[in-house]
Design a protein around this ligand. Structure first.
Ligand code: SF4
Length: 351
């Protein structure tokens, strides 16, 4: 019988030409108490190459976090990944992998950093022992060796007096320091992929910048790929090489970061970019996208963005657009790509 360990190693034997992570037709639904089906993620496909930083952007309720949780099968019931979805990591099918093998991948080869470190850290264990525990779970290191590695890792993520801090509890540390501990836990096994879900949202602006800089440094040093979930286009501009824009459970645009910022093709992306305050540009008021993301129990027919779109025309109400090629590695889900002459904003939709 094949052992769990032999199913997992060596991960680096996987085909070098294939992406590190490949998500194909991922759909996740939740059955609500009233019996309705919420299709939170609906046919999402994307890839992440080794060493690449890909940002997933969109407003709350667009399916970004559910997508991230699905990658490690962390969607809690009543959430369910639909048959036909496929997630491959380094040549392995994560959706059919036995639980024990998947546990070995989590933390060792794919790590997650969450938005709120205070809820992700165990309040009754010292931070050093929480980092050391990751080492103990995935290696044969002794308690002492694991502790040494934990302290080393706390040093690498910029925690001053790491030997002292390691013996402290999460509540004794500032929010920024707790997030550094989370990053130490995520990186201590040198994973190939780190998934970070809004890792700086709960932090002050100056600490945010430090944490992003730390992630960038650690990515460059360890060569890991980073899948960064964020609603903040400033973070995207700083970090991403490629961007995936999600709206109403769908990918609506995918592009290299420079193409997205210079020539966004989807009106939703255009709206997100217009809503970013710009330094040195006089703005009498901030532009906003009118309305809100529709509920996932009731996605509109046709284009899901049509009720908020300044360019919506009759075809948008009856036919859902598919992802169409806009340029090199740039795709968008909008009828305007086939009918560019329709890109004339409706006066009643301008904000
Ligand atoms: Fe707007 Fe129509 Fe494009 Fe949807 S398909 S984004 S409604 S123009």
């Amino acid at each position: 019988m094949t052992s769990i360990r032999s199913q997992l190693t060596p991960l680096s034997d996987a085909l070098h030409d294939s992406p590190l992570l490949s998500v194909q037709s991922l759909s996740v639904f939740f059955r609500t108490a009233g019996g309705a089906v919420a299709r939170a993620v609906d046919g999402v496909s994307f890839t992440v190459d080794a060493g690449e930083t890909v940002c997933v952007v969109g407003e709350s309720g667009c399916g970004k976090s559910v997508t991230a949780m699905s990658l490690l099968r962390l969607v809690a019931p009543p959430g369910k990944i639909e048959p036909g979805s496929a997630i491959r990591f380094d040549g392995r099918d994560l959706l059919t992998l036995p639980d024990e093998a998947l546990r070995d991948i989590r933390g060792q080869h794919i790590a997650m950093i969450f938005q709120e470190p205070s809820t992700a850290l165990n309040p009754v264990l010292t931070v050093g022992s929480q980092v050391a525990e990751v080492v103990r779970v995935h290696t044969t290191a002794s308690r002492h060796e694991a502790w040494q590695r934990a302290v080393e890792m706390l040093t690498q993520v910029g925690i001053a007096d790491p030997a002292v801090r390691a013996k402290q509890y999460p509540h004794e540390l500032s929010g920024g320091m707790r997030q550094r501990v989370m990053i130490a836990m995520a990186l201590v096994m040198h994973p190939k992929l780190v998934i970070a879900d809004e890792p700086t949202t709960a932090l002050d602006v100056t600490i945010q910048a430090q944490i992003l800089e730390l992630l960038r440094e650690m990515r460059a040093k360890n060569g890991m790929a980073l899948l960064l979930i964020t609603h903040d286009l400033g973070v995207v501009a700083e970090m991403a090489s490629r961007v995936i824009v999600m709206y109403a459970g769908r990918v609506v645009e995918e592009a290299p970061v420079s193409a997205l910022f210079s020539a966004a093709a989807h009106p939703y992306t255009e709206g997100l970019l217009a809503a970013v305050p710009r330094l040195g540009v006089e703005q009498t008021r901030l532009t906003t996208i009118p309305g809100t993301v529709p509920p996932s129990t009731d996605w509109p027919t046709g284009c899901r963005f049509r009720d908020r779109c300044a360019y919506a025309f009759d075809r948008c109400a009856i036919e859902e657009p598919t992802l169409l090629q806009v340029g090199s590695a740039h795709r968008a889900r909008c009828h305007l790509i086939e009918e560019p002459e329709r890109r004339v904003p409706r006066a009643d939709r301008l904000t």
